[in-house]
Design a protein around this ligand. Structure first.
Ligand SMILES: Cc1ncc(COP(=O)(O)OP(=O)(O)O)c(N)n1
Ligand code: 3NM
Ligand code: MG
Length: 502
């Protein structure tokens, strides 16, 4: 019986990850060591034992499940995908040769956590090219040679770790002879946490060793431990972030402000909304647009900012040049949190949502924001070029647009053909690709609104563009996969924004 909760797969707190070793735990037993370490601040646990047979491992795993009940600390199993369900574990950690991660995801489904070991930059690149949502985090190591793992890969060292970390937006933990005294060397490596075996399992006092590691993590600025709860062992109360959408209304509920608020809510953010335009719209198209006066757009934003602390802003349909210019001024002068711009020009059903004379004003707003998310036709308009028809052209246009605007660009590939939907993220000369299976559904209304809102909400949680984009793409892919359950209107219907919940 699985104890996994309903709702979206949570991002595990990898700050201090205990991987068990039955021999090193000795007579105290694995459950007792885990209990002490978790009470002192371990945030994730993996059951790793190469010698126990399946039945014995299941029995031990179930004991650990009891120990962890009510702590919120996830339990993963090393290697043995088939034991996740019998143990009721939250997921599995697999090595390069254990099982294809795509196969592991297929077997375990969307609710399970999957970690993957990597030992080189090439392996990190390959893991990052997997369909979004296949793996939840990467193990990177061994940082230093370790007696715990026989025949381990060559040590990567702190510099190798930083080089591997820079190749992926997936969360990552460092592993391999990580001790409290060596943690300072990993400061600035960008990892989300460390995984340790002997530092805790072989410690005389696992609770004291845990506290020492947490203090060292805090000093090195690694993991959520560093910002939430420090070395005290206590997590801060969770604060729900506030995210604002500045966009138009879609009465059919699939796009615009309505979609944005649903995406924010589904992803655990409080949604605020400033309207730029009313549309008369259904799944079949737009029959009219009633713009909100630019001065009143400004009043809505100013009134809100005087009261509410925002963690992210998404800008969608602006409608007119005047509103676009006003929003640009507000973003420049009044907004002090990350901003995502979906440069909405034409709806999925082909209706024009931006006056032709407003394109220039939207292009002028783009350099003021942190991320711009055009689709193929919008990127072509912004570049004054023909629309990309191949992935190679899509990559070129993403780089060209990011250079021209001086900001990050996520050029979406939904308009291109192919078994996969590939979005390209261009950031400071670097390119990353986010791949997902192309979903065969007619319910594609509001996909752009949903993705940009999901990115804003995820960034409000994780403060990392790569993580935010990866998680948002996964959320949208699932929303498309579940969309056929919604039979709304005769045209392209909405995606299933609340798929994690029902
Ligand atoms: C968090 C974490 N990182 C790496 C590993 C190693 O996994 P793998 O490469 O499968 O090697 P074994 O642990 O199976 O020897 C891990 N278990 N956990
Ligand atoms: C289990 C494991 N995997 C590694 C990898 O590089 O993938 S290193 C390792 C052993 C880590 O143990 P300790 O903290 O005692 O050094
Ligand atoms: Mg393994």
């Amino acid at each position: 019986m699985s104890t996994r909760r309903a709702g979206p797969r949570p991002r595990p707190d990898l700050s201090l990850y205990l991987v068990t070793d039955t021999v090193l735990c000795g007579d105290r037993g694995v459950p007792a060591v885990v209990a002490e370490a978790v009470a002192a601040g371990v945030t994730c646990v993996q059951l790793r034992d190469k010698t126990l047979d399946d039945d014995s491992l299941v029995a031990l795993g179930r004991e650990l499940r009891q120990v962890l009940a009510g702590t919120g600390v996830p339990l993963l199993v090393d290697d043995r995908v088939h034991l996740v369900e019998p143990i009721g574990a939250d997921g599995v950690h697999i090595g390069q040769t254990d099982m294809d991660p795509v196969e592991a995801r297929r077997i375990l489904g969307e609710g399970a956590l999957i970690g993957l070991s990597t030992h080189s930059v090439g392996q990190v690149r390959a893991a990052s090219a997997l369909p979004v949502g296949t793996v939840d985090y990467l193990g990177m190591g061994p940082v230093w040679a370790t007696a715990t793992k026989a025949g381990h890969a060559p040590p990567i060292g702190p510099d190798g770790l930083a080089a591997m970390r820079a190749e992926s937006w997936l969360p990552a933990v460092a592993i391999g002879s990580v001790k409290a005294h060596s943690l300072a060397a990993l400061a600035g490596s960008g990892v989300d946490g460390v995984a340790v075996v002997s530092a805790l399992c072989a410690a005389d006092d696992p609770a004291a060793a845990t506290r020492e590691l947490r203090a060292a993590l805090a000093r090195a600025g690694i993991g959520r431990t560093a910002s939430a709860g420090g070395a005290s062992g206590k997590a801060s109360p969770h604060r729900v972030p506030s995210v604002l959408s500045i966009a138009g209304s879609d009465p059919s509920g699939g796009a615009g402000i309505q979609a944005d608020l649903k995406a924010f809510s589904a992803l655990g953010a409080h949604g605020c909304a400033v309207l730029t335009a009313l549309t008369a719209q259904s799944t079949q198209g737009v029959t009219g647009i009633h713009p909100v006066p630019a001065a009143f757009v400004r009043e809505q934003v100013e009134t809100l900012l005087a009261d509410v602390r925002l963690d992210a802003v998404k800008v969608g349909m602006l409608g007119s040049a005047e509103v676009a210019r006003k929003v640009a001024a507000l973003v420049r002068d009044r907004v002090d949190c990350p901003v995502v711009l979906d440069p909405v020009m034409v709806s999925t059903a082909g209706s024009r949502l931006l006056a032709t004379d407003a394109v220039e004003a939207v292009c002028a707003l783009a350099p003021e924001v942190d991320l711009v998310t055009p689709n193929g036709p919008e990127a072509a308009v912004m570049l004054g070029a023909a629309e990309a028809t191949t992935l190679a052209e899509q990559r070129e246009q993403a780089v060209a647009l990011a250079e021209r605007l001086g900001t990050r660009v996520l050029l979406k590939g939904g308009h291109l053909a192919g078994a996969e939907s590939v979005d390209v993220l261009a950031e400071e000369g670097r390119l990353r690709e986010l791949r997902a299976p192309r979903v065969d559904t007619r319910n594609t209304h509001g996909t752009g609104c949903t993705l940009s809102s999901a990115i804003a909400a995820e960034h409000a949680h994780h403060s990392d563009w790569g993580v935010a984009v990866g998680r948002a793409k996964h959320y949208l892919t699932r929303a498309l996969q579940e969309a056929d359950g919604l039979d709304i209107g005769a045209g392209p219907g909405p995606v299933h924004h609340f798929h994690p919940w029902w």
